[in-house]
Write a protein that binds this ligand. Structure first.
Ligand code: PMP
Length: 316
């Protein structure tokens, strides 16, 4: 949303109008893809706005910063405080995006000016999309027509660690998703360098086998999704077995159900893969139960998981 006069961004300790938080086209963060970020959801609750699993998101952000090697100055507590301040300053925000970036214009890959700026932006991302088009854009469909990545790109942990949420890590996912979209699919499922199932561009992947066990690719090759760990905890609370193991594409084609998970997607049931229907019904019963329980947990309606929410008006 151009201008967005109602919004402010927390930038290095100050609240700054949205339109003033800009970087140069030649900045290191843009030229080298070195921007590290994390993205968390904000929910309206009877106790005011609440951030979902703030502590886990900030811890993952710091892990990404470490993997990329940025000399960040802020402590974990200051970063949590930045997110809380950003939500307080922007009523109606639906998400918080926390960013660490090198704003200076640089020549070499190692910047001479190594100041890492931190920006916490709390906003409603749909406002921006709506403002760009005359017709309101279609929200993502409730179920996914998935395409399995065919052309393996460089997604190797020794090139760029999958645990790092850094801008440069999204280029091969962008390429793959664009291929899928051009073919009429909603989403792509990426494979790793061995052709094993990995994750979506911004989601993790689960299948439910014919015995009702949940299976998901192991931690080493995927981003450690906060929704992924939440769904594992919720499934176990439901008495369901969850196995983290390498999965071949055949396992997907034979699954009873499958779904993607992510901060924006929630639990997103997969209706078909490469045009073939998956399972007998979408959403299947397990996806439906977990999706509903996840929504209740994020809204603060599940007492067993109330500790997952940070109520910004009550935080110190
Ligand atoms: N994988 C990747 C590569 C992602 O970017 C995301 C989105 N952060 C996820 C998985 C899902 O993570 P989360 O549940 O924390 O949103």
């Amino acid at each position: 949303m151009s201008g967005a006069p109602h919004r402010q961004i927390w930038l290095d300790g100050r609240l700054v109008p949205w339109s003033e938080v800009t970087v140069h086209v030649l900045s290191h963060s843009l030229a080298r893809g070195s921007l590290v970020f994390d993205y968390m959801s904000v929910h309206a609750t009877p106790r005011g706005p609440a951030i979902f699993r703030l502590g886990e998101h900030v811890a993952r952000f710091l892990k990404s910063v470490e993997l990329v090697g940025l000399p960040l100055e802020q402590s974990e507590e200051e970063l949590r405080g930045a997110c809380i301040a950003a939500v307080r300053a922007n009523p109606g925000a639906k998400v918080v995006k926390l960013n660490a970036f090198l704003p200076s214009v640089e020549v070499d890959v190692v910047p001479v000016d190594d100041h890492v700026a931190v920006a916490a932006a709390a906003y409603d991302p749909w406002e921006d999309v709506q403002a760009r088009k005359e017709e309101p854009p279609a929200r993502p469909p409730k179920t996914v027509r998935l395409w399995l990545e065919k052309e393996r790109r460089q997604r190797r942990p020794d090139i760029l660690h999958p645990h790092a949420k850094v801008a440069a890590n999204y280029t091969s996912a962008m390429y793959a998703k664009w291929q899928a979209k051009r073919r009429g699919y909603d989403e792509v499922l990426l494979v790793d360098e061995r052709g094993l199932l990995a994750e979506g561009p911004t989601t993790n992947f689960f299948l439910v086998d014919s015995g009702g066990t949940l299976r998901t690719p192991p931690e080493q090759g995927v981003l450690l999704g906060v929704t992924r760990s939440s769904v594992i905890a919720l499934a176990e609370a439901e008495g369901r077995k969850v196995v983290e193991e390498p999965l071949r594409p055949e396992a997907l084609f034979g699954a009873a159900e499958a779904f993607l998970t992510g901060t924006s997607a929630g639990v997103w049931p997969i209706a078909s893969v490469d045009g073939s229907a998956l399972g007998s019904k979408c959403p299947g019963p397990v996806s439906e139960v977990l999706g509903a329980r996840f929504r209740r947990a994020t809204a603060g309606e599940d007492p067993a998981f109330a500790h997952w929410l940070t109520f910004v008006n009550e935080a110190g």
